[in-house]
Write a protein that binds this ligand. Structure first.
Ligand SMILES: Cc1cc2nc3c(=O)[nH]c(=O)nc-3n(C[C@H](O)[C@H](O)[C@H](O)COP(=O)(O)OP(=O)(O)OC[C@H]3O[C@@H](n4cnc5c(N)ncnc54)[C@H](O)[C@@H]3O)c2cc1C
Length: 385
């Protein structure tokens, strides 16, 4: 197993429950390291009952939307409760075919394995667009992954780029906590959903409907909850929540109503997308030039899987695994946690369970070989004839 985040820990626990002891390789010095590094005010946008990993609830007294620190504590407890064997400080550098299965080349030496699950995170490598002039900008330019809280930006003019969950939340925190001016750069208007306890339940139900129907319902829900935000720079996008999720794996922005209030009150000003930077200014897509002190790019992540498995032919051109949801990408090689969707955390359990069941069958040898299945089918149809 590679990665001691929610996906890797859930996979190890599901294997353990079936009598297979997994070794989890983790580059950091503690489990849940992605969560430890996230911004201070972060709370889950998926509600607690839909964010559990298999077999363990959040501790009593945890709020409906657990905080970053609740999540870290939960992952620590989850690893301990399930007796998961995590080898910390071990970074996977590459996976090669070898022996009876795979050889994991790591920062602390080679590790052979018959079965490998890669769970190094869909949001692995912060992505900063190659804006022309980016390196000349004299103000502060940082990715949202580096943002912790609003304190360093008091009294500053800040441009947040990208209206996803993180961009919206960071812009709101800045506006509430003493930034002199906050603008939010929007290239493609986002789909927006208001954070609610039953949000994940609704999303799961919608995912079972035909996409255009689910999109239509979510459009009407948004109109009812938020009204028309066109005059504030956030029109309903042409492409609905689920079409965009399926086509581009882009999840909607899940926000609290007060963030939208801040936009309506122009405490957060929506501006056009970023085209280029120079020493002092940012040029926007509508030709405007603005001079923020700082630019915070909430511009997403990449999976960062190429160095690990790029040579194995298991990735799409977008760098995401071809086989997901517990299916093998190659015999004995699986990827868990690479299908972003609302309430992703809750869904990781079912991915992990599916992978664990398949691994049990493969390693116990109880799954009949394909040629045996074929022979049995032939014998059956001969018997019927
Ligand atoms: C800001 C933010 C907020 C989110 N909020 C929610 C939410 O509210 N609800 C929800 O359902 N989902 C949320 N998600 C999405 C997703 O559920 C989380 O990102 C979740 O942590 C993903 O779990 P994971 O185990 O796949 O990856 P991660 O949590 O990123 O864990 C991957 C682990 O692998 C380790 N690793 C990486 N590379 C290597 C390597 N080469 N060798 C060894 N170890 C390695 C990392 O150190 C890390 O510990 C959020 C994502 C982000 C970015």
């Amino acid at each position: 197993m590679v990665g001691a985040g929610p996906a890797g820990l859930a996979s190890a626990a599901e294997l353990g429950r079936r009598g297979i002891r997994a070794l989890v390789l983790e580059q950091a010095d503690a489990v849940g390291s992605s969560w430890r590094g996230r911004y201070d005010r972060l709370r889950l946008n998926s509600s607690r009952p839909f964010s559990n990993l298999p077999g363990a609830r959040f501790a009593r007294g945890t709020g409906m939307f657990p905080s970053r620190d609740d999540m870290v504590r939960y992952l620590e407890e989850y690893a301990a409760l399930n007796g998961i064997d995590v080898r910390l400080g071990t970074r996977l550098e590459r996976i090669d075919r070898g022996g009876r299965g795979w050889i994991l080349r790591t920062s602390t030496g080679d590790v052979p394995a018959d079965q490998v699950i890669v769970a190094s995170g869909y949001e692995h490598t912060p992505y900063l667009p190659e804006w022309p002039g980016r390196e000349r900008f004299q103000g502060r330019l940082l990715h949202s992954a580096e943002y912790r809280n609003a304190t360093p930006f008091r009294g500053q003019d800040v441009l947040v780029v990208g209206p996803g969950c993180s961009g919206m939340e960071i812009a709101y925190e800045l506006a509430e906590n003493g930034a002199a001016r906050v603008r939010l750069a929007v290239r493609t208007p986002p789909n927006i959903i208001v954070r609610s306890a039953i949000g994940p339940l609704l999303a799961n139900a919608m995912l079972r409907l035909p996409t255009h129907r689910a999109d239509g319902i979510m459009k009407r829900v948004r109109e009812k909850e938020l009204g028309d935000l066109t005059e504030y720079g956030l029109p309903q996008p042409e492409e609905g929540v689920f079409s965009r999720l399926k086509r581009l794996s882009v999840a909607p922005a899940i926000v609290d109503e007060e963030m939208i209030e801040a936009i309506k009150e122009r405490r957060i000003e929506v501006v056009a997308g970023v085209e280029a930077l120079d020493e002092t200014a940012v040029e926007l897509a509508d030709g405007t030039r603005i001079e923020p002190d700082a630019v915070i790019a909430a511009t997403g992540y990449r999976c960062g899987l190429e160095p690990l498995v790029g040579h194995l032919g298991v990735l799409h051109e977008r760098g995401v695994p071809r086989a997901v949801l517990g299916e093998p990408a190659a015999p004995g090689l699986r990827f868990i946690g690479y299908v972003p969707r609302p309430a992703h955390l809750g869904h990781m359990g079912s991915e992990a369970r599916r992978a664990a069941k398949a691994i049990v069958l493969e390693t116990s040898g109880s799954r009949p070989a394909p040629e045996l299945i074929l022979a049995a089918r032939r014998a059956l149809s001969a018997g019927r004839a």
